[in-house]
Write a protein that binds this ligand. Sequence first.
Ligand code: UDP
Ligand code: UDP
Length: 473
Amino acid sequence: MAAAPPHVLLLPLPLLGHVSPMLKLAKVLSLRGLLVTFLTTEHVHRRLSADEGLNCRPGFSFRSIPDGLPADHPRSGGQFTELVKSLGAQIYEKYRDLLVSLREPWPVTCTIVDGLLPFAAEVGEELEIPVIVFRTSGPCSFWTYFCIPRLIEAGEIPFPVGCDMDELVRSVPGMEGFLRRRDLPSICRVKESSDPILQAIASATQRTTHYRGLIFNTGETLDAAELAHIRSTCPVTYTVGPLDTILCALDRSTGSAAGPPSSSSPGWWREDRTCMPWLDAQSPKSVVYVSFGSLTVLSRPQLLEFWHGLANCGHRFLWVIRPDLLEEMDGAGDIPVELAEATKEKGCLVEWVDQREVLGHPAVGAFLTHSGWNSTIEAISAGVPMICWPFFFDQMVNSRFISEVWRIGVDMKDTCDRATVGRMVNEVMEGERADEMRRNVVGLSEMVRECVDEGGSSRIHLDQLIDDIRALS
Ligand code: UDP
Ligand code: UDP
């Protein structure tokens, strides 16, 4: 009897920063001839279906399961943690039943699951379906998560009361020279080492060593040192990014009609394209692009500090203000009319953009970002230097790498005042340091491009991943 064809199921955490890169990988695997099922929650599925470019290829199907929250729950803004909790409680049985019943066109031979959904890995083990983990953050933060047990053992977590947050931490091998307390993932800022979120993420990260492999959306050379540490415990680690670029290249070479949507976040919010003609009218490298990703929320005072900082900095700006960006949803967060009037000429406000397209526009000179991993890798690919205002989780580590390791931006972590915003934007937009950061980021962008070019490390890792998946069927 002929062997069953490889059928891979992918399951992301239902948040954009996780869905988006895993959907890209799903499409890449499909373009390379595997049967692919992309499983997500009904809510995410509805949001994705709003995107017209998402027509399916033969052998590619979407499946969805409920997330356990009421239909009118926003699942975003400040309330996304309820989603994570609900998932943990609801999904195990449903996922198990689906995996058992999913026999068309063929049974699932391998799963690629989000590293933050350990139950999915448990189901795989129970049903003896091999599990590969996709970690949607970068290797640099993954390594810090991996070191949480040793940070606790060394007494470095929890931080001593009244300690200096600028002091270096000693228990993350390879980062002793530059990683300060404040640069550890935000979940390390706890009173007790038994904190449930700290423990949940630390143990999900430790478990990575049990699975068939670990995937990162990055280029090998960008994170070589951290990857060497990670491979000492997770030897089968694939770097297949930036997936955006791989997907575009594959799509061109296969002439696929049902390829990827050009957008970096298909159908999440309605894209406002009015900023494109506005950008076209600006001179090269003159605009600061401002976006805090899909989850960050700002208080009204914080919004106003950014606003004043941008108004005073002397540069034009394009600012993504998502419908749920503000903590206060009752209109109390509206911008004062005088301020909006005063910046009408120099600012363009939109609810959502195609970030990849914006970062690739010649008018964009810098990116004021929350340092989410997707945004970071997109900015590096586009060669745009960054002003970082990390909000939580891995963003604390990413922004330190941006400012101190890659030297492609500045880090305003833990501050939010108009003077700092204005000063840091100017530092990245003008002067000798700005030139140096720009040179560095253009260098990195060439480096990651080499990873995805024919024969580059990401292509080799992708081939290896596909061979390994085939061997599992
Ligand atoms: N998260 C959470 N509580 C948990 C476990 C996970 O809030 O108990 C989510 C949260 O959605 C956040 C993500 O974990 O966005 C952490 O993202 P990060 O990028 O640091 O993790 P990774 O991407 O490394 O897998
Ligand atoms: N994004 C977008 N349009 C916007 C703002 C963000 O397409 O107006 C995309 C961005 O390109 C990135 C994702 O949203 O792919 C955000 O992911 P990231 O990891 O940076 O942050 P998160 O939303 O997970 O905090």
